[in-house]
Structure formats: C-alpha cells, structure tokens
Design a protein around this ligand. Structure first.
Ligand code: FAD
Length: 500
C-alpha cells in the first residue's frame, strides 16, 4: 500500500506539504519539514497554478527541485469529463468517476510543498500568496530561484469553480447536475467549439425532452479542427431533433432576471457576424502558424492592437432559457495576478505571456510560462500543454541533471510541427471528435478509441504515481547557478516563433 507521511501545517483544506510515503489517512501533518527530507539544498522552484500544466510539471520535477506548488484549490481536475458529469443524469458510477478524476495535489507529488492559496503578486525573487485560514486571508511571501507560471485561463462556471477542496467540488458538480436535470427545460450554449458541441450533444442525447440551443459566430462548427471534423459535428448536431443550431450568429449579451418562482431566467442577444455567410479560407490556427511568422512577427515587449469589432446585422433576442453555458474560450488570468500586473511588458494584447521557444520570459531566464497562459498560437488542449511540459522537463534534465549548463539549441517549441491540434473531445454516447498532428481529423468510434488511449496516458500519472529517486540537491544547485549566469534570454528571434 502506498504510504504517505504528510508534514507541515494543514488548516481548512490548506496544506503546506509533505513527503509522500503513506496513504492520505495515515499522514502526520504535525511534524516540521526536515531540510534533508525535502532536498532543501536544491533550487527552489515555485509553480503557480495546479491545472494540467502546473500539476504535471510538479510531478515530473519533484525529484530534481525543491518545489512549491501553489494552486487556488487543493486538487487537480481532469476537465474533459466535466461535460459528462454535468450533462447526463447522475448515477452511482459517476460518484466513482468524480472521485477518480479529481485528484488531490498531495497524492501525486512526493516531496513538493503544496499550498492552497492565491498568488496576488510576483516579485523578482518571491511571490506573495494569500492563504485562507478560519475565514481570514493571511499573506505569505515565498522566495524562488525559478518560477513557473501555469495560471491557465479563467473558466466560467461549471467548468471553473471557486471550490477549494475536492469534496466541495464534487458536491457542487452533483448539485449542478441535479439542477440541469430537474429545473432546466431550455438551455443555451454559447460557442460551437469542441467543448460547446460536445456539451450540446451530451445534454440533447441524455435528455430528449430538453430544448438545446447552440450559438456560434461562424458557419463552421469546431473551426479549429479539420474540415472532416467540422462536417461531422454539424451533421450530427443537425440530426438531433432537440438541438437548434444558430450558426453565423454572434452572441452580444446574456442577461438574467428573476422569474415568478424566484429562479433565474436568461435571455440571449445575438446578431449576424459580418462576413460569416462567406465561407472562410482555412484560417484559425493554420493561418496563424503559417503567416504569423511573416506578417505578424512580434518581438518581446511589443504589444499588438486587436482590430475593433464591427457592428452586427439583424440583432435578435431569444428569451426563456433556464441556463446559459459559456463555451467561447476563456479569458486569461494574467491581469488578475496583481493589482500592478506582473511584468506588464511580457503580456500580449490578449493578456497572455509572450514566451520564447524555451517558454521563458524576455530577459528573465528563471521565469517560465506554460499552458494556456502563454501566447502559443495552438488550440488550447491537453495535448498541447503536454508538449510544453515535456519540453521543460527535457530542458531541465539536460541542463541541471546531465549538466550541459545550457539549453540545447535544437530543442525548443517548433510551432510549424503543430499544424494540427492534438485534442479529442467526447461527442455523444459512442463517439468522439478531434485531431492529432499525425492522423489529421478523426471522428466517431475511431476518434473514441484514440480519445480513450490519450485520456489514459494523460491521467495515468495522477492516478497511479510512480516516484523516482531524488537527485542530489547541491549538485543541481551548482548547475543551476552556472546555467543562470550563461543563459541568454534576450534573443528576439527566439520570441517571434511563438505567436503574437
Ligand atoms: C470543460 C473543459 C473541457 C475540456 N476538454 C478538453 C478535452 O476534451 N481535450 C483537451 O485536449 N482539452 C480539453 N480542455 C482544455 C484543457 O483543459 C486545457 O487545455 C488545460 O487544462 C490547460 O491547462 P493549464 O494548466 O494551462 O490551465 P488550467 O487547467 O486552467 O489551470 C490553471 C490553474 O491555475 C490556478 N491559478 C490561476 N491563477 C492562480 C493564482 N493567482 N494563484 C494560484 N493559482 C492560480 C487555477 O486555479 C487553475 O487550477 C477542456 C477545458 C475545459 C474547461
């Protein structure tokens, strides 16, 4: 049996953690941290954000660095399965599934300190984190030698949540599932990307009497995926009798009001997107990758202006929705990080961190941004976060463990090799849709097989962690110091490749 000895303090779900050897039940949180145990001589790596990127990185680097993982919640959540947990009636199997898919951070990290709190400021060598104890937020300052920002993007409820503990999150999902089942006859979904389409079909198939409306600004659903997938999504949803598609309609506003029974009712204001009826050339990610390098090349510190939105034609208002899901892609959290935004000059116009091909910030060799919070032009998916996390792991292994003391110039993100996103989402009871760079677009049962395989590999480490032998902290520290002196991060060429 896995044994885990937890050390540090734990208050209202807050854990400064811990050495992993005993089961969560047997942990002893009363002992002080031993420097020998936590390899305190190794460089201090602070990871802000415990989504897929931050959590996986904490797991991978646990044996090399002295890690502190800071997250607003005490668990990692496998987001793709939220669609099923909210869109289909809750049953006993879902209790087990929710338990499996929401994993405590302390379960898959062996030595890392896990802090449940919100980072409110990032300085040159420390971060400030607010930890809630007995209803009061106490601020702590944590020093770092290396900082990884894995802040992700802000997701609307039910995809994002303020629940800080695993039990709160499961209770919240269960209650919301009940609400959809019992109180929602008419729901709207704004955004026809992979998530919006997957959710629309899930609800429509699970509840044939519910009226599901899907709004999307262009005429092709899932526009970031290959044409074959776009067609499949469109056909499947059009055939579903209780789904109404509003393609080419951009939602301007969603308003809620209290109805006679005291519940909420929503109205959706939308209009025709100019030029949406004209079939688009293959743009989105492909365009961005192919032409972004020439036309829109950017350098660190330079900010690009977004084109101003054009007025919409034929405005309409649809009323009487019991709930509206926002699946339009999420907003970056970076401006939230501080009242004085952390290194403002590193943010693009959309609020994402502009990173080099090694995922570093300009002129800051020891600060990295991974996952959804950076300016990679790819579709935000697990597969793409995985590529970034693997890259950092390789770079750190070579430079600090193998002792090359520089990053290998052959490494680095190769945007051109990511022309197709790596992503799969479930689509109905017995199917899925998505794409990989090597297979192109996949649909139906073929995609489902691929999705289940990918899912298994993505979640395996969180559910059954395998721990590695700890490296010598003082050796890593020496290598780190030498690397830091040499590491050039002011090469503008390294920054143009990742996006605008
Ligand atoms: C409902 C849903 C379904 C999805 N389905 C799929 C799918 O089927 N396939 C697929 O490939 N991709 C899917 N995705 C996309 C996938 O979830 C993301 O690409 C991936 O989660 C990105 O990981 P991340 O670590 O960059 O960000 P996130 O997962 O957003 O994690 C960021 C973390 O940072 C924490 N944080 C933020 N600010 C602070 C702060 N100031 N202090 C402390 N902590 C902070 C947050 O609490 C959060 O835990 C889905 C996304 C959603 C929302």
């Amino acid at each position: 049996m896995l044994r885990r000895i937890g050390l540090g303090f734990m208050a209202s779900g807050v854990v400064w953690k811990s050495i992993e050897v005993a089961s969560a039940k047997e942990k002893d949180d009363t002992q002080p941290l031993s420097t020998e145990d936590v390899g305190a001589t190794a460089p201090r790596l602070v990871i802000v954000g415990g989504g897929y990127s931050g959590s996986k990185l904490a797991y991978y680097l646990d044996s090399i660095f002295n890690i502190t993982l800071i997250d607003t919640k005490n668990y990692f959540e496998f987001t793709p399965d939220i669609v099923h947990l909210v869109g289909s009636p809750w049953n006993a199997e879902m209790d087990a599934a929710a338990d499996r898919l929401i994993v405590l951070h302390r379960f898959y990290t062996r030595r890392a300190n896990v802090v449940t709190g919100k980072v409110s400021h990032c300085g040159d060598d420390s971060v400030e984190v607010g930890v809630e104890t007995n209803g009061k937020v106490v601020k702590h300052s944590l020093r770092y030698d290396m900082l990884v920002l894995a802040l992700g993007e802000r997701k609307p409820f039910p995809f994002g949540s303020n629940a800080r503990t695993k039990s709160q999150r499961i209770a919240e999902l269960k209650a919301f599932n009940h609400f959809i089942k019992e109180h929602c006859e008419r729901v709207a979904i704004v955004g026809g990307g992979p998530l919006g389409c997957s959710l629309a079909l899930e609800i429509a198939e699970a509840y044939p009497k519910k009226d599901v409306h899907l709004y999307h600004s262009t005429h092709s659903l899932t526009p970031s995926l290959p044409k074959v997938v776009q067609r499949y999504a469109f056909e499947k949803l059009s055939q579903q009798p209780n789904v109404t598609l509003h393609c080419g309609r951009r939602v301007i506003k969603v308003r809620s009001s209290v109805d006679r029974g005291g519940g909420h009712t929503y109205e959706v204001q939308h209009g025709e997107e100019p030029g949406s009826s004209v079939p688009r050339k293959v743009r989105s990610i492909f365009h961005h990758v192919a032409f972004g390098l020439e036309g829109k090349r950017s350098s660190a510190g330079e900010r690009q202006k977004r084109p101003s939105p054009q007025p919409l034609a034929d405005p309409c208002v649809d009323q009487g929705f019991d709930f509206v899901f926002h699946c339009t892609g999420s907003t970056p959290r970076t401006p939230e990080v501080s009242s004085q935004p952390f290194h403002k000059e590193h943010l693009t116009d959309t609020g994402h961190y502009r990173v080099s091909r090694y995922l570093q910030l300009f002129g800051r060799p020891n600060v990295f941004a991974v996952g959804r919070c950076n300016n990679m032009p790819w579709v935000r998916s697990y597969g793409n976060s995985e590529v970034q996390v693997n890259l950092l792991f390789r770079l750190f292994q070579q430079a600090f463990v193998a002792g090359t003391l520089t990053f290998d110039p052959r490494e680095g993100i190769k945007v051109n090799k990511m022309l197709l996103p790596r992503m799969f989402v479930s689509f109905g009871d017995h199917g899925a849709l998505g794409s990989t760079p090597w297979d192109g677009g996949l649909t139906g049962t073929t995609a489902l097989r691929e999705m289940l395989g990918t899912r298994k590999s993505l979640t395996q480490l969180f559910q059954k962690p395998v721990f590695y032998k700890t490296h010598q902290g003082d050796k890593i520290q020496r290598n780190f110091e030498q690397w830091r002196e040499k590491e050039p991060t002011t090469n503008v060429e390294d920054f143009g490749v990742c996006g605008v």
